[in-house]
Design a protein around this ligand. Structure first.
Ligand SMILES: Cc1ncc(COP(=O)(O)O)c(C=O)c1O
Length: 227
């Protein structure tokens, strides 16, 4: 949710695209699916009861891995704040993920939309550098959770400075006249940076960096979701 808010704040656009069947958490604004009308056009619908359709007015839901989706993205990209994707879906797929992600990357780079990787589940299982390293694709924003917290309820957003600056105003130094200059958006949950919550995730990162083969030894990520 915060990564999308940041993408919207920085790009000044509202619309986002995501892919049917992938899961991005409990926020109503991403619990979206799509249906086709008799003309074959896609329409975004709530993925489950209780999600107001209005929450999804600015959400485009596309089939994962399809050429049709890349074509629609290319048409719509100028209006998109972000394309949100789990870089590896939880189901078995014949999609060439590297190729698909690179295609999305080139569309979003050309349009100035943020490419947001949701690595909350994928984490660092396939590579210590995550899916970005595995597929050699640089996202603008990446979200991590679950494993990165090593048991603590922690979420991490990483990314390029033009997006990250929207969270803290950008670089500045102690002891001189510099100050954060970038426009910032609301970033709640700062209490999760309290001291006791960070040692387990930091240790987890160290293990991952010390033993790169550990990540490589684990098979393709696989998990199921309840909706
Ligand atoms: C891929 C993925 N993204 C994001 C989330 C975050 O979900 P929540 O909104 O429950 O924190 C989850 C939780 O299962 C997830 O699997």
């Amino acid at each position: 949710m915060t990564a999308l808010r940041v993408a919207r704040a920085v790009t000044g656009r509202s619309r986002i695209a995501l892919f049917a069947g992938l899961y991005h958490g409990t926020f109503d604004g991403v619990l979206a699916g799509s249906i086709r009308d008799s003309n074959g056009s896609l329409h975004t619908v709530p993925r489950t009861s209780g999600v107001p359709a209005k929450m999804l007015d600015d959400v485009l839901v596309l089939p994962f891995g399809e050429q049709e989706s890349l074509d629609i993205l290319a048409q719509e990209a100028g209006e998109l704040a972000a394309v949100l994707v789990e870089p590896a879906p939880w189901w078995n797929t014949n999609v060439d993920l590297r190729e698909f992600l690179h295609r999305i990357r080139s569309i979003t780079s050309a349009s100035g939309s943020a490419l947001v990787f949701d690595e909350v589940v994928v984490g660092f299982r396939m590579h210590p550098g995550g899916a970005q390293a595995e597929y050699d694709v640089r996202a603008d924003l990446v979200t991590y959770g679950k494993a990165v917290g090593a048991g603590m309820p922690i979420g991490v957003i990483a990314g390029s400075s033009n997006y990250m600056d929207a969270m803290d105003g950008g670089n500045w130094n102690f002891g001189d006249a510099s100050s954060p200059q970038a426009d910032t958006t609301c970033l709640p949950g700062r209490s999760s940076s309290i001291r006791w919550s960070w040692p387990p995730p930091m240790r987890c990162c160290n293990i991952s960096a010390e033993r790169p083969t550990f990540a490589g030894a684990i098979d393709r990520p696989h998990c199921g979701h309840g909706c």
